[in-house]
Design a protein around this ligand. Structure first.
Ligand code: FAD
Length: 301
């Protein structure tokens, strides 16, 4: 727990974030980040596609407090949408509202998102709204409600550690949803802290959404939950077309390929870009053993 808090603290450190970008401290991030530009990222996506794995692409970025930076991120995401179309790859977009200006001004963020969602809709590309920390949860749902009035190529994430997750999944039951445990450090006033409780809440949310019939993305590296889902869908005659497993780029690669080979829909979350620091530190916070993966990358040159 101490180590988790340590890495989450580092993930929110803006000075280290800017130093990491400025001096290019690689720290092994390349094993879990698919390149720093669109060309490199598209090559990674093409490779995953050859294994029958689809991708959700995240143009990395957070700590955005300047309009100029948010506008730059919007342009970059529009370019990614164009690249998906031009290269005809099996991929969609994951984005974070704070990268598009949620901490600057709600309406500014909404208008950035409107542009992105409209362009993606015109190409029939799905946009997933990643969910961030509790402070951004309700405003993110508000943005989704607003954008859903005109577009239906939107989905989001329900984080099982929140007390309100059950209520949220009922409200958003008609959406394509990604279900996760939750990655941020949250207070006991709003979130379960006990790992076993979070795990069983995630399972309950997964079962609810699968039985509901809407498309479900089960985003976890936890083989116990994955095996439970495999049994549950078989027992309840739920078609493989109705769900997918998702994992992060660079993690449990063998299991990713195995699930795709077994005929399950599989989608890899592919982060790319120069702003990799916060993402990278949260992965270390989730599982300090990930340091092994990174150490291998640094020393096995
Ligand atoms: P953990 O609880 O980390 O691990 C459970 C068990 O699985 C471990 O004890 C171990 O036995 C095994 N295991 C886990 N990782 C490995 C590994 N690398 N190698 C070998 N065994 C392993 N969080 C958000 O808050 N918002 C989001 O929008 C969001 N989007 C996500 C999208 C995707 C595709 C994924 C995969 C995660 C996302 N997350 C998001 C993060 C998520 O909330 C969890 O923090 C993260 O996935 C860690 O939890 P876990 O379910 O993978 O399993």
């Amino acid at each position: 727990m101490l180590l988790k808090n340590f890495f989450i603290g580092l993930s929110q450190n803006q000075l280290l974030n800017s130093l990491a970008q400025k001096y290019g401290f690689k720290l092994g991030a390349q094993s879990v980040v698919a390149g720093t530009n669109i060309e490199e990222m598209i090559e990674s996506v093409k490779e995953l596609n050859t294994y029958g794995i689809s991708c959700t692409i995240d143009n990395l970025g957070e700590f955005v407090y300047e309009k100029e930076e948010a506008t730059k991120a919007k342009k970059q995401i529009l370019d990614v949408i164009e690249a998906i179309k031009v290269n005809n790859v099996d991929a969609h977009i994951s984005l974070k509202p704070t990268q598009l200006g949620l901490d600057i001004d709600y309406d500014f963020c909404l208008s950035n998102l409107q542009e992105i969602v409209a362009k993606a809709d015109s190409y029939d590309i799905f946009i997933n709204f990643d969910m961030e920390d509790y402070g951004h949860l309700q405003p993110s749902f508000d943005l989704i409600d607003e954008l859903s009035k005109e577009h239906d190529n939107i989905g989001t994430v329900i984080q099982a550690y929140f007390f309100r997750a059950e209520e949220d999944i009922q409200k958003y039951k008609d959406y394509r949803l990604r279900l996760v445990k939750g990655a941020y450090k949250e207070s006991e006033a709003v979130a379960y802290q006990d790992k076993r409780v979070i795990d069983s809440n995630l399972v309950a949310l997964i079962e609810y959404h699968l039985l509901n019939g809407k498309f479900t993305s089960i985003a976890t590296h936890d083989h116990n939950i994955i095996n439970h889902v495999k049994r549950f869908v078989a027992e309840n005659n739920i078609s493989k077309e109705k769900f997918e497993f998702q994992m992060l780029y660079g993690f449990r690669k063998e299991l990713q390929h195995e699930l795709a080979k077994e005929g399950y829909n599989f989608c890899t979350y592919v982060p790319f870009g120069t702003d990799w620091y916060g993402y990278f530190m949260r992965r270390l916070a989730e599982r300090p053993q990930n340091l092994n993966l990174i150490a291998k990358q640094v020393f096995n040159k």
